[in-house]
Design a protein around this ligand. Sequence first.
Ligand SMILES: [Zn+2]
Ligand SMILES: [Zn+2]
Length: 157
Amino acid sequence: MRFTSQMDNQQFSIKDLGRLKQLCDEAGMKLTQQRMEIFKELLSIKDHPSAERIHRRLQKRMPTIAIDTVYRTLATFDELGIIKKLYVSNDRTLFDVNLETHHHFICSRCKTVEDIYWPDFDKAELPDPVAEIGTIQSRHLELHGVCNKCANEAVEV
Ligand SMILES: [Zn+2]
Ligand SMILES: [Zn+2]
């Protein structure tokens, strides 16, 4: 598959773009301008955006982009393994560009989701009842609390 040269002036790293190209190629998918832009947005946000947030940001330079396109593209990226769909409390669906094993600290006030690394937890032996239920494929921990930023703001008020 050939890719258009218009992507040459994009600002994200060749390594990441290369990965996207390769994965699209393997899946027999065209790397459209919209897919490129959504990918670029994911990389620039760096935390855990929702489809709606990506859509709002993209609208500034692509006023005609439909929210459905964003939903579909994110679902495709999830299938390709470029991003991970992240279900957090309150029925929010967010997307994670960090594919390493990690966990999340979720602020109950500003709703920010921060990455947490906890190798001991990842390696910890599972309680016996788990084996009776089945085999696990991954483990993900959600820590809920108030982030320091919000806590400090509360003090100032
Ligand atoms: Zn907060
Ligand atoms: Zn994360």
